[in-house]
Structures are given as structure tokens and as C-alpha cells.
Design a protein around this ligand. Structure first.
Ligand code: ARG
Length: 410
């Protein structure tokens, strides 16, 4: 018998919460269609998720490999914008939510569903992002959040699961809340909630402890074309492979561990730990290459807009007019960002050690102090006269009184 309330499309991870959500939503009178996305999380068995969804009572279970779409439509725009929330967090989880929301909405439109649903709790920001993004794409859809609404205790949820034949793992679950994709891994909760506690080694999976990392550095050359990385050490590869490869190379050297107190959209501060070896390496390289290829004033304005871009992404405003406008500005700047950056990976750091660009406004003949200097030294005289005019005028009108005594002569 078809559900009397119509269809709902649920973002389904295959875990306990979303499996219980399938049963719970069905009991509320919905026909549940699930959507499971591979965005590069390490442990995902798409086929197993599909059969578990159907076993839990879903009327249909979609599975998608969204890695390429994720990279091209979400990660790359963010890299071009040097996307880092509060200057430190590469927006790992925040970037996957608009994609998940968009996929839910696309399926809902195709299936004629009345609602979409997710398994986020009522405290995080992922709920905000998915809901704001989904309704930005289709304001007519309802968004359901069963985990936020059902008020089960952990024990009650387990009982409910067992009663409905959903397998509950006997093994102790991770003490952390983890979210993972190609652009990194977010780790929160447990003992990390006390900012005084050093994150224990068992929190990390993608990165070596920098203290135990190899004693010899690795160098990697990253080639960018129009702001996007296209080759590693001269070998051209697609975006997904390039990020995976860099995660491995940089992770081995302990690069990309981020430990911060973050200002959450939902009003409180939260201690957050991330592992983003490839992203941190790429962001360092990209930002450096821009210093060599972009005009001074473009660079200044871009850095200001980057802060706005990161906030908009973090706050769930991916599908918004301001993000579109900033994106257009950023795309225009990236036409000029092509070249190769040499990065040293060593003991937790990805440090730029050299760069070159075919077409660049870095002019050696202007910069050099040696033979071949093309800079017009005599023009400095008139330039300084006019450049210093405002402060000279000021002082002759309001004499200065800087109280700093000469040091005693040695
Ligand atoms: N604080 C991060 C963010 O809001 C990480 C969220 C991770 N999500 C999770 N379910 N563990 O982007």
C-alpha cells in the first residue's frame, strides 16, 4: 500500500540513525526513497547501503558516485576562493552539504516527492546547510529531520532498531563524530570537547603524527591551469585522482592536521579537529601562485571576498546571489593563475619552496639588483616627492611631538 503522505527522499548513510529513520518515516505514512552518495569517504559500501535501505523498508534506494561532481562543482570553486573558514578550516564538511541537498532535490523532483529528509541532529550546522540549500533550490519541498524530531534516547533508538530487524553493531562505536569526504575528515565530540585536551592519536586516520613522520622531506610539484591543479610532478591527472594522491603523499608527512575552536553558525564555540593533507597542500600552493600572477589590487580585493566566500559556504548560503557574484569575480581572476609550485612536505608542514609561471607579472628585470636592471632609478626622486607630499604638508601645519629619546651612545 502506498504511503498516504507521499514520497520522501532521505539522505541515507547506511548507519543506525538513518536506517531507523527509514522505518520511522514509513510509520509516519511516507514512502521512503533513499539516496546514498559517495563523496570520497573511506568506508562506504554502496551496495551494502542499498540492500540495507531496502531491507529497512525503503521503496527505492539510489546510490551515486558523486566524487567527480563534488570536486568539480564544489571543491574547485572553493580552492579558487582559497576557501578557509576563520582562516584555518578548509570547509571539508560544509562543501559536501550543498551537493547532498542538490541531489536530494533532483531526485525529489524526478520522483514527485513531497519532501526531502536528512539524519542530522538539532545541534549541528549540517542540518542548517542541507535545509537552507534544499529550500533554496526548491522552496515548495518540505524538509524533514526525523533524528531531530523523534526524541529517542540512544537506548530507545537501539530497542526500536532491534524490534524492526535493523542490525545494530555490537562493537563499541567511535568516541568521535566523524564526517569524511575527499576534501578531508572532520572529527568532533568525546574528549575533544575540552579544548585543553590534546587530540589523541586514535582520532586521526589520514595523517601521520608529524613527530613520527619521515625524517626526509618529499617535494611535490603542482601545476595549475587557470587556478586549478592539473598535474602532480608533471603527470597530468583528473581532480579526484590528484586529491587522493596528494592526501596520501602529504598525509604520510603529517600535513593538514587542523585543531581549532570554531565559531559555529548556531551560536556557540566548538572545538574542532580536521585532517586535510591534500587540501592544505593545494591551498598553500594556490595562494602562493596567486601572489605571483595577480595584480596587487585584485589580490587585495580577492582576499577580502575570500573571507565572505568561506562564511557563506560555512553558513549554508551556497545557493545564494552573493555566492554567485563572488564566484563570478573569482572566476575572472583565475584566468591568470597558471604555473607550477614546488612544495616541501615535511614534519606536518607543506611549505612552498619555489614557483614559476609562464605568463607572469613577476618581472625579473624590474626586481633584480644585478645586471639587466630595467627599473628607472632616477624616476624615484619625483615619485617620492609626490608620495610624501601629504605627510610633509601635515607636519608643517601640525608639528609632531614624538617622544622617543635617542639611545645613549655606546
Ligand atoms: N564543524 C564542521 C562543520 O560544521 C564539521 C561538521 C562535521 N559533521 C559531523 N557530522 N561530524 O563544517
Amino acid at each position: 500500500m502506498a504511503g498516504k503522505k507521499g514520497k520522501v527522499v532521505l539522505a541515507y548513510s547506511g548507519g543506525l540513525d538513518t536506517s531507523v529513520a527509514v522505518v520511522w518515516l514509513s510509520e509516519q505514512g511516507y514512502d521512503v526513497v533513499t539516496m546514498t552518495a559517495d563523496v570520497g569517504q573511506k568506508v562506504i559500501d554502496l551496495e551494502a547501503a542499498k540492500s540495507k535501505a531496502l531491507h529497512s523498508g525503503a521503496v527505492k534506494a539510489y546510490i551515486f558516485d558523486l566524487k567527480k561532481t563534488f570536486v568539480e562543482n564544489y571543491v574547485w570553486p572553493s580552492l579558487k576562493a582559497n576557501g578557509m573558514y576563520q582562516g584555518t578550516y578548509p570547509l571539508t564538511s560544509a562543501l559536501s552539504r550543498p551537493l547532498i541537498a542538490k541531489t536530494l532535490v533532483d531526485i525529489a523532483n524526478r520522483e514527485g516527492a513531497v519532501a526531502v529528509a536528512h539524519g542530522c541532529t538539532g545541534k549541528g550546522q549540517d542540518q542548517v546547510r542541507i535545509e537552507v540549500c534544499a529550500t533554496a533550490l526548491n522552496p515548495k519541498l518540505e524538509v524533514l529531520a526525523p533524528v531531530r524530531d523523534w526524541h529517542f534516547s540512544r537506548e530507545a533508538e537501539m530497542d526500536y532498531a532491534v524490534k524492526h530487524g535493523i542490525p545494530v553493531k555490537a562493537t563499541a562505536s567511535s568516541p568521535y563524530s566523524i564526517d569524511e569526504n575527499l576534501w578531508g575528515r572532520s572529527i568532533e565530540c568525546g574528549m575533544l570537547e575540552d579544548p585543553w585536551n590534546e587530540p589523541p592519536e586514535d582520532a586521526y586516520e589520514l595523517t601521520a603524527n608529524p613527530l613520527d613522520a619521515p625524517n626526509e622531506p618529499d617535494f611535490v610539484e603542482i601545476t595549475f591551469e587557470h587556478g586549478l591543479p592539473v598535474a602532480l610532478n608533471g603527470e597530468r591527472m583528473d581532480g579526484v585522482s590528484l586529491i587522493l594522491k596528494l592526501n596520501e603523499l602529504a598525509g604520510k608527512h603529517g600535513v593538514g592536521r587542523v585543531d581549532m575552536v570554531e565559531d559555529r553558525l548556531v551560536g556557540f564555540k566548538s572545538r574542532e579537529v580536521y585532517e586535510c593533507p591534500g587540501p592544505i597542500t593545494l591551498l598553500n600552493a594556490h595562494r602562493a601562485l596567486e601572489t605571483m600572477t595577480l595584480d596587487k589590487r585584485v589580490l587585495i580585493t580577492k582576499r577580502e571576498l575570500e573571507v565572505r566566500f568561506a562564511e557563506l559556504t560555512y553558513e549554508g548560503y551556497w545557493f545564494s546571489p552573493l555566492r554567485d557574484c563572488i564566484g563570478a569575480f573569482i572566476d575572472e581572476t583565475q584566468k591568470y593563475v597558471s604555473g607550477t609550485v614546488k612544495v616541501r612536505l615535511f614534519k606536518g608542514q607543506a611549505v612552498v619552496r619555489g614557483m614559476k609561471a609562464g605568463k607572469t607579472i613577476y618581472r625579473h628585470d624590474l626586481a633584480t639588483y644585478s645586471e639587466g636592471d630595467a627599473f628607472d632609478h632616477s624616476a624615484a626622486v619625483g615619485f617620492i616627492k609626490i608620495w610624501g607630499l601629504p605627510v610633509r604638508t601635515w607636519t608643517s601645519t601640525f608639528p609632531r611631538d614624538d617622544k622617543e629619546e635617542l639611545p645613549i651612545e655606546a
